[in-house]
Design a protein around this ligand. Structure first.
Ligand code: TH1
Length: 834
C-alpha cells in the first residue's frame, strides 16, 4: 500500500554488508569517512555538532548489520511478537547507550583522541529526545531496551513529536516554558521511510448498506471519511546489550496527503493548500505536557488514533506475510496498551476485521480480545481518560458505533451475570452518562484485553479492590500485576561507571544482564574496605554532579554534605510541599535559635520538577521552592548547613548525573496515590537510602532492602482512606502542632516573598482548607523520619553499609525482570534464536 514500493519479503537470509572493523584504526577510518563524505566537512573546520553527528553515524554503522539481521530473522521466522503501543518514549541521549551496547566506548575514545577530539565533549552536544513526560514514557524506553537485550521479537510504536516535552526556564523563580526544538541540529539516530507511509482517515459519516435479499439481507456499515492524513514511519535502533539483537522503535510523523494538496492547488489557492498541510502536520507537532492529568483536547484524540491506526496497518502489512489469515493474529502478536492513550486501537482493529476483511462480528471480537493487553498506570480518578461522545463521534464516527456495540454486548453479559443489577450496569458501562455522555477508555480497555495489569503490587491490589473492582469480580483471572523496573544498562552501567566498576571488580560483569546477581554483594556490606571504596565512588559522583551543575546552571553544590534529592514531575499528590516544609522547618529552627548549627547534619536538598503549563498550583509550588532556596542559600548561618538547589529543566540527562550522587531519595507521595514510581528504583540501585511512604513500589523496595535500611513514615493507604472517609480537617494539625504552625506562618507572612502575603497565599489556604493529599497529616511523621535520617547519616560506616545493601537487594527492579513477568503472565512470546 506504499506509494513508492512494496517490500521484498525475506524468505532466506539476504546478503548483508559486514560491520566495520571494531578496532581503533577501523573506527578512525569510518569516522573520517562520515565526517568528510556525509557531514561534508574536514576535521579542521568541523564544528562540535559536525563532529557529534559524524560520531553518532559511525556508531550506528557498527549496529547496522545486527539491526538488519534481527529484522530479517523476524520476517523469516515469523515468531510471536510484542508490539508495544505507547504515546510516549522518554528515550534520553542515544550516543553513550549505543556505544555501551556495541562495546565501543574505549575504541571510540581512543580513536577520537588520536584525532584530538574529546568524546566527552561530543556527548554533551546531543539533545535528548524528550518524547515523554515522566515515568510512563521512561518506562516504555526501559522496556524496549530490555526486550532487545533479551532478544524478544518486539517493536515499539509511537509518535515522532516535532516538539518534545518543553524546556523549563525560571524567571524570578517562576516556571516559563520554551519549545523543545530537539530536531534542529540534525537527528542522526532516525531513518525516515516515506515509501512505507500509511493513510489515516478521520471524520465523515457512516453509511448503512444492505447486502443480500429478503430474509438473507444483512445491514453493514461503511465509513465514508471526511479527510485523511499520511503517517510517515521513522525507525530507531533499539540495541540489545552486546547480544547481536537490535530491535526497532517506529515513530510516526504526520504529513498532508498528496491528493488533498493537489486538488487545492488546482483551484489555484496556494495559501489554502499550505494551510491544509499545516493542519495535517499539526497532529505530530507537539507532545501534550500533562502527566497523569489528561486534557480532553481534540488534537490529543487525533494523535492517539493517528499513531495506532498507522501501527496496526503497519504491523499487518509489513510484519506479517502477505495473505496471512488474520483469524490467527493472536498467535502472532500481543499489542500492549501503555495506559489508555492507545486504546482507540481496539475499535480500530474491529473496524479492520469487520469492515475491511469481512469478518463476522463475533469472530472479529474473539481475535481482538486475543490481541490486546492493558497496563493501567494510575489511581487518580482525574487521570482516567474519558472522551466526550460528540467529540469522538465527530472525529471517528464508525469507531463510536463499534464502541456502542461492544458496550451493548458487554452490558448484556453483566446483566446476565448480575441478575439485571441496573446500578452495576451503569457503573460498569463503557459509556458514562454524567456529566455528559463520554467513553471511559479504561473500561473499554478492560473489556477488550486478555490481561489487565497494574504496575506495583499495591497498585494492582487497589485496581482490583477499588478502581476496577466490578471488573475484577466479573473476571478475576484477567487481573495481574507486573511491578515496574528500570534498565540497569542506562541507569547503572552508563550513568554510574564508577559504581559499575566497583561491582564488576567484586562479582564480575554478569550483573548487567542478570541484576539478581547484585545479591552477591551482600557479604561485602560488612567489609570495611569495600564500604570505604563505595564512599569514594559516592564522593566522586558528587564532585561530578557539582561540576555539572556549576557549568550548566551556575549552581554551587557543596560536595561534603548529605545529598537529599526529590526529582519527579511536580504534582500535588507527590508532595514536593512536604519536603519544602521540612526545609522551612530547619531554616526556622536555626534562625529562631531553637536549633544549633552543630546539631544539624549539613545537607543539600535538590529538586528537579516540571509543572504542566496549565497546572496553576504546581507552578505555585515551583515558585515557592525557588523563593525558599533564595532565602536559605543567602542566609549567612543557615547556608552553612543547608542549601537548596533547583536546576531547571530536569530531564533524563540530568537524572543520569544526579541519581548516582544522591544519599537520600525522597519518595513521599500520599499512600495510595503513586501507582509505582520508577525513580525510587534508580536511587536504590545507585546506593541511596529512601525516605518514603508505604506507596507504589516503595512497599516492595522496603520489603527487599529491609526496614533497617529504609526510612518509612506516614499514613498507610487504609489509614489515609479512613481519614478521608471520616472527614479530613487539615487545620487541626496546624492548630495542634507549633512547629508546623511556625513553618506555615513563615510562608503566609511573606518570609520568602519579600514580605508580600499574597504571593503564596493559594498554597497556604489550600493546605489549611482542603489539603487533598494530606500533607499536614503526614508532616510530623515526616519530620521524625528526617530525624532518623540525620542520626543514621552521622555514622558513615553504618550508612554506607545500608547503602551497599540497598544496591545488593534491588536487583528485582531490573526491567529485564519486568519483561520476564510480562512474557510469562501476559505475552507468552519466545526469544529469537540467533
Ligand atoms: C506514571 C505513574 O504516575 C507512576 O507512578 C508510574 O511509575 C509510571 O507511570 C510508570 O508506570 C504515570 N504517568 C502517566 C502519564 C499520563 C497519564 C497517566 C500516567 S500514570 C499522561
Amino acid at each position: 500500500r506504499g506509494r513508492v514500493g512494496s517490500v521484498t519479503r525475506v524468505t532466506e537470509s539476504t546478503p548483508l554488508i559486514a560491520s566495520p572493523e571494531p578496532s581503533v584504526e577501523g573506527f578512525v577510518r569510518e569516522y573520517l569517512r562520515e565526517l568528510n563524505f556525509t557531514q561534508g566537512t574536514v576535521l579542521e573546520r568541523a564544528s562540535t555538532n559536525d563532529k557529534y553527528l559524524a560520531l553518532a553515524r559511525t556508531v550506528r554503522h557498527y549496529l547496522m548489520a545486527s539491526w538488519m539481521r534481527t529484522t530479517s530473522e523476524h520476517l523469516r521466522t515469523q515468531p510471536k511478537a510484542v508490539a508495544y503501543l505507547s504515546a510516549e518514549y522518554l528515550l534520553g541521549r542515544q550516543l553513550d547507550n549505543a556505544l555501551i551496547a556495541a562495546d565501543l566506548t574505549d575504541i571510540a575514545s581512543e580513536a577520537l583522541a588520536s584525532l584530538g577530539i574529546d568524546v566527552a565533549e561530543l556527548r554533551e552536544a546531543e539533545v535528548e529526545p524528550g518524547l515523554g513526560n515522566g515515568g510512563l514514557g521512561r518506562l516504555a524506553a526501559c522496556f524496549i531496551d530490555s526486550l532487545a537485550t533479551m532478544a524478544i521479537p518486539a517493536i515499539g510504536y509511537g509518535i515522532r513529536y516535532e516538539y518534545g516535552i518543553f524546556r523549563q526556564k525560571f524567571e524570578d523563580g517562576w516556571q516559563v516554558e520554551k519549545p523543545d526544538r530537539w530536531l534542529d541540529n540534525g537527528s542522526p539516530w532516525e531513518f525516515a521511510h516515506p515509501e512505507h507511509e500509511v493513510t489515516v482517515s478521520f471524520g465523515g459519516h457512516v453509511e448503512t448498506v444492505s447486502e443480500g435479499e429478503g430474509a438473507d439481507a444483512v445491514e453493514t456499515s461503511r465509513w465514508v471519511p471526511g479527510w485523511e492524513v499520511l503517517g510517515v514511519p521513522y525507525n530507531y535502533m533499539v540495541p540489545g546489550y552486546r547480544n547481536g539483537c537490535v530491535n526497532t522503535l517506529r515513530l510516526w510523523s504526520a504529513r498532508a496527503t498528496h491528493a488533498f494538496n493537489l486538488e487545492t492547488f488546482n483551484y489555484g489557492d496556494y495559501a489554502e493548500a499550505v494551510r491544509a498541510q499545516t493542519f495535517a502536520e499539526n497532529i505530530s507537532k507537539v507532545l501534550y505536557p500533562e502527566d497523569s492529568t489528561p486534557q480532553g483536547k481534540e488534537l490529543r484524540l487525533q494523535q492517539q488514533y493517528f499513531f495506532v491506526a498507522c501501527s496496526l496497518r503497519d504491523f499487518i502489512d509489513q510484519l506479517l506475510p502477505q495473505g496471512f489469515d488474520l483469524h490467527r493474529l493472536p498467535e502472532r502478536v500481543c499489542f500492549q496498551l501503555n495506559d489508555t492513550h492507545p486504546v482507540i486501537a481496539v475499535p480500530e482493529l474491529m473496524r479492520i476485521l469487520v469492515d475491511e476483511e469481512g469478518f463476522a462480528w463475533d469472530e472479529a471480537w474473539e481475535v481482538t480480545q486475543g490481541c490486546f493487553a492493558y497496563t493501567c498506570h494510575t489511581l487518580l480518578p482525574e487521570a482516567l481518560e474519558v472522551w466526550p461522545v460528540d467529540l469522538l463521534g465527530r472525529l471517528l464516527p464508525r469507531h463510536l458505533e463499534i464502541i456502542y456495540r461492544i458496550n451493548d454486548e458487554f452490558l448484556e453479559e453483566v446483566r446476565e451475570a448480575s441478575g439485571d443489577d441496573a446500578v452495576l450496569v451503569r457503573r460498569m458501562s463503557i459509556i458514562a452518562e454524567h456529566p455528559g455522555r463520554a467513553v471511559r477508555m479504561a473500561h473499554l480497555a478492560t473489556v477488550a484485553a486478555t490481561k489487565v495489569n497494574g504496575v506495583a503490587e499495591l497498585h494492582s491490589q487497589l485496581l482490583r479492590d477499588k478502581v476496577l473492582a466490578d471488573f475484577a469480580r466479573l473476571w478475576p483471572e484477567k487481573f495481574t500485576n507486573v511491578t515496574n523496573g528500570v534498565t540497569p544498562r542506562r541507569f547503572v552501567r552508563m550513568a554510574n561507571p564508577r559504581l559499575s566498576e566497583l561491582i564488576t571488580e567484586a562479582i564480575g560483569d554478569g550483573w548487567v544482564t542478570d541484576l539478581d546477581r547484585l545479591r552477591e554483594l551482600e557479604p561485602l556490606a560488612d567489609d570495611p574496605e569495600f564500604r570505604r571504596r563505595f564512599r569514594e565512588v559516592k564522593s566522586a559522583n558528587k564532585e561530578r554532579l557539582a561540576d555539572f551543575l556549576a557549568r550548566r546552571d551556575g549552581i554551587e553544590v557543596p560536595v561534603d554534605t548529605m545529598l537529599d534529592v526529590m526529582v519527579k514531575r511536580l504534582h500535588e499528590y507527590k508532595r514536593q510541599t512536604l519536603q519544602i516544609l521540612h526545609v522551612i522547618t530547619l531554616y526556622d529552627g536555626i534562625v529562631s535559635g531553637r536549633l544549633a548549627l552543630e546539631d544539624v547534619v549539613p545537607r543539600t536538598v535538590v529538586f528537579g520538577a516540571k509543572a504542566a503549563p496549565g497546572y496553576a498550583m504546581a507552578k505555585q509550588i515551583i515558585g515557592l521552592i525557588n523563593h525558599v532556596a533564595a532565602v536559605v542559600n543567602n542566609h549567612p548561618e543557615v547556608s552553612r548547613v543547608l542549601r537548596v538547589a533547583f536546576p531547571a529543566n530536569y530531564n533524563v540527562t540530568v537524572a543520569e548525573t544526579l541519581i548516582p550522587a544522591a544519599d537520600l531519595s525522597e519518595q513521599i507521595s500520599l499512600a495510595g496515590k503513586e501507582a509505582s514510581g520508577t525513580g525510587n528504583m534508580k536511587f536504590a540501585l545507585n546506593g541511596a537510602l529512601t525516605i518514603g511512604t508505604d506507596d507504589g513500589a516503595n512497599v516492595e523496595i522496603r520489603q527487599l532492602v529491609g526496614d533497617d535500611h529504609f526510612f518509612l513514615f506516614g499514613l498507610t493507604e487504609p489509614e489515609a482512606a479512613a481519614v478521608a472517609e471520616a472527614g479530613y480537617r487539615p487545620a487541626t494539625y496546624y492548630e495542634e502542632n507549633a512547629t508546623l504552625r511556625r513553618a506555615l506562618d513563615l510562608i503566609a507572612r511573606g518570609e520568602f516573598s519579600g514580605g508580600d502575603r499574597q504571593t503564596f497565599e493559594p498554597i497556604v489556604s489550600n493546605l489549611l482548607g482542603e489539603d487533598r493529599f494530606m500533607v499536614l497529616a503526614d508532616y510530623q511523621s515526616y519530620l521524625d523520619a528526617q530525624q532518623r535520617v540525620e542520626a543514621a547519616y552521622r555514622d558513615p560506616d553504618a550508612w554506607s553499609r545500608s547503602a551497599v545493601l540497598n544496591v545488593a537487594r534491588s536487583g528485582f527492579f531490573s526491567s529485564d525482570r519486568s519483561m520476564r513477568d510480562y512474557l510469562d503472565r501476559i505475552w507468552h512470546a519466545e526469544p529469537l534464536e540467533s
